[in-house]
Design a protein. Sequence first.
Length: 352
Amino acid sequence: MAVNPQIEQVSSATFFGGRDIAVDLGTANTLVYVRGDGIVLDHPSVVAIDIRDGTVLSVGADAKRMIGRTPGHIQAIRPLEDGVIADFDVCEKMLRYFIQQVHSRRWAKPRMVICVPSGVTGVERRAVQEAAEHAGARSPAYIIEEPMAAAIGAGLPIAEPTGSMVVDIGGGTTEVAMISLGGIVANQSIRIAGNELDEAIIQHLKQEHGVAIGVRTAENIKMKLGSAYPLEKELIAEVNASDLTTGLPRTVNFTTSEIREAMAFPLMAIIDAIKVTLDSTPPELAADVMERGVVLTGGGALLVGLVERLIEEIGMKVLMAPDPLNSVVLGAGKALEEIDRFGTIFFGSNQD
């Protein structure tokens, strides 16, 4: 990993002063950690905008409730797609809103650390930094790779000469990384995660039942009825949908096993990413993981039966992080709190 020499020369007291923040800028949710206060904000990464004049109407949960329900002049926009910025202007407005929620003073210029997928390009990384700086963060904004932040947040000994493997399943990306001595030894970053599971459910109901459902409905089905491993008792459920032929509302019955089968392809892609990372890991580090286990983080890790499915697929111990939903932002926050210890893992604005 590239090291920013500027950081090594600065103490924690001078580098991060005041109410400096760490941000997990996720495809599905954005979490904000304030130095000394912990996690203070957790909002869906959605912005509702009046397209006639560009006015921001709402951000977060209120905006998410508008998805699929807005009149023509209002758009509920997700500014991030697959872990990277899809709409720069809207992302900047969203970050500015979050900064203002934390800092009541308009002139506040907080230091900011932002988490990004390990597979982003230099251009995508700079876009995140520029969006943060335009939104009011002090320049330069610093970047930490999500699997590294997740490993820190999960309490893994990343600085030791032993292998620690983390699998972070978010909304837009799945990050798999083998970490040792403060660096990523082997990794896979794929743009298949929770959103693709939702889309798989939408497509299955469209093809097999001839009905259309929205993203929010698909997400609810995944969370309440989705699974990665056979259940002791399979359930039958129903959903209100729109008939593709008539356009009229219709109720459709489906089973939990049917939803599991619908999600099979994206789940297998995630499993393959783990296998590829293990295959490219040095034998000594792979032996460490056999002993310590693979650690799961991210909202996607909460899918029922995923731990059991992975144990069956990769043949080794699989553990859930203590706080999987917040591991990334907690790790970024810990790195922010202990800059002398973790400063070398950041990317500064002069990195490609």
